[in-house]
Structure formats: C-alpha cells, structure tokens
Ligand binder design. Structure first.
Ligand SMILES: [Zn+2]
Length: 333
C-alpha cells in the first residue's frame, strides 16, 4: 500500500510503467526538481548529461563580476553536478573560488524560496553513482599482422583495407593495430587504447568488409571518462581533437573523441594540462558540433588557444590524410 501512496503523489506519465521500481522513481523526481531549481536560478542549461548528472550554465561570477556584463556571457563555463552536488567554473574557479558544494552556490545566488527547496532535497550523504565495468581485455582472437602469414586471405583483405585508407606500417606499429579472424570480432581491425599507465582501457573494432552491417563494434566501457590512447598524448604540444580513431592516425598528437563531444574527464585534463593550442577538427558534416566544442573550450585558461577547422562537407581527416592546414579558421563564423 505504501508503494501506491508514493506513486499517487507523483504525477508524471512514466509512473504508470510498473516495471520501474518506485525508489528509482523517487530519485528521478528529486533529480528533476534539482534540475528545475538550477534552471530557475541560472537559466536554460547549455548542456545536460543525464547519465553523469552534469549540467553546464553561464557563470554569474564571470558574467557580472569579472566581465561586468548586463547579461550572462553565453559561455556555459559553470558546471554543476546534481548527483554529487558539486560545482565548478572552468574559467574562474581558481581566481574567484567558484567551486565547492552545490549548497554554497545556491546560498549565494538562489532566492529565499530556492534555498528552502534545496534544503528539502539536499541529501545527508552523497552516494556516488557509479557503473561497474569488467576489466577490459583485448579479444582473445586478437593478433598482430606479423603473427599471421601474409598470404592468408582474411589477413590480405584486412591489409588491403588499411592500405586503401592510407594506413602505413609505421601507423600500424605505433597504434598496435591488429585484427581478428575468428570469434566475436571476426573480420575486424582492432585498435586498442591505453591509459597513461599503459593499461588497456578501450578498443575500437572496424569491419574491413564494406558490406558488413555494423561498421564499428566496441566493448562496453566507461566512454564518459575515456581519453583514447592517453598514453600517446604530449600535453605540452598542440593537440588535435578528431572524431574517429582513423582520423587520429593522420595527425600527430591527436585525440579521437569517438564522437562529436568532449567528455568531462577530457575537458578537465585539457584545462589543466594543455600547454599549447587545441585544434578542433571534426568531420566536414559536423561543423556545428565543432563550433560547440570550440565555444565550450575557449574560455578561462584556454582562452585564445582554441582553433577551429572547417573541412569540406563530405570529408574527414582520414580522407584528407591529415592534409588539413588550409581549412583552419581562427574565428568561428
Ligand atoms: Zn566563472
């Protein structure tokens, strides 16, 4: 009976789905209240990641105190995590102490009503929401090219596929590119990723058969935190951000985003560690996403050091074999 009592208090349509346990529903309700509260105080979020609980909004300290603007600066530099109840501004945390427990932020900028609401939601203890992943290993059928006889037909197919895409022996060695002929990843090129300690943290598998239904098949891993091949990054040199691993082969010191977004972990590392320029270089058809990354990064410690590339519509870095200098645009349009 208690369960129905609680459900009766909540009003969203999803509540009629009886497969969702009610404790989870209550948690969701609490989180959505918090999101509303944050929106109330800081306006519409620039970004919201429901999985990690991360929201980015314009920083009032940057906008009003530092820049003296009459409205917010549109940078979205203030990151709030409503699951772990913390916040940080990427631009002014250090200089203006804009970081800490969410309660402190709401105390500073919320109305009386906001503070009251937050008191009701504020947890006594914060449990970290974390997904457990199995320790990742390469597929047991993974082999390096030199381990297979060169006339073996699948090996030849894989080799020709790489040659066609401009991948040289040097690249194969540098990135430890291998292949699977049997097993779950049969017919696929394997590109492993290693963290800064040199431990495997991900791999990408790309079918070499053009008729394959699934071009990429990747393991389940914490992609939210992944920095692909962090072991190869020199933070003291220019860093290129590209979409795919095949793009990253053609630009020295590049990071494959495995998509069009910069995750929070990478964002933090770039802010803390990148000493030279960051060049955003997504596929030609993703220029808007590239502009979003540019906007997100170009502030605080990185201000003026982020550059943007606009590739031809139907081309990516791999198609162009890394010859992209002519597509540099310093300022976004
Ligand atoms: Zn700020």
């Amino acid at each position: 009976m208690t369960i129905f009592f609680f459900i009766g208090l909540l009003d969203d349509n999803i509540l009629f789905d009886k497969t969702i346990p009610y404790t989870y529903l209550l948690l969701m309700k609490e989180e959505s209240l918090l999101v509303d509260l944050i929106e109330n105080i800081f306006g519409e979020p620039k970004n919201l990641n429901e999985y990690s609980g991360q929201i980015s909004v314009d920083c009032p300290v940057c906008s009003y105190e530092i820049k003296g603007l009459s409205k917010t600066d549109g940078k979205g530099n203030l990151e709030i995590n409503y699951i772990s109840h913390v916040y940080k501004c990427w631009a002014c945390a250090e200089t203006h102490d804009t970081h800490g427990h969410l309660g402190k932020l709401i105390e500073q900028f919320g109305s009386k009503k906001d503070k009251k609401t937050y008191k009701l939601i504020r947890p006594d203890k914060i449990e970290k929401k974390q997904k457990e992943y199995k320790k990742l290993e390469l597929p047991k059928e993974y082999k390096r090219f030199e381990e297979i006889h060169p006339v073996h037909v699948p090996r030849k197919e894989a080799w020709n596929y790489l040659k066609k895409r401009g991948i040289t022996q040097e690249i194969i060695d540098k990135y430890k590119i291998g292949l699977c002929i049997e097993g779950e990843y049969a017919g696929r090129i394997i590109v492993p990723s290693f963290n800064k300690k040199g431990e495997l943290n991900f791999f990408v598998s790309r079918s070499w058969n053009p008729r394959a239904k699934l071009k990429y098949k990747n393991p389940e891993a914490a992609k939210d935190f992944l920095i692909f091949n962090e072991s190869l990054i020199d933070w003291k040199k220019d860093i290129y951000l590209v979409e795919g691993v095949f793009d990253s082969f053609f630009l020295d010191n590049s990071i494959a985003l495995l998509g069009k977004y910069v995750n929070d972990n990478l964002w933090e590392k770039l802010y803390e560690k990148a000493k030279k320029d960051i060049i955003v270089c997504l596929d030609g058809d993703a220029f808007n996403d590239a502009k979003n990354i540019y906007d997100k990064l170009n502030g605080g410690a990185l201000y003026g050091r982020v550059k943007l590339m606009k590739l031809p519509k139907d081309k990516d870095v791999c198609d162009l074999r890394g010859q992209i200098n002519e597509y540099m645009i310093q300022e976004k349009e």
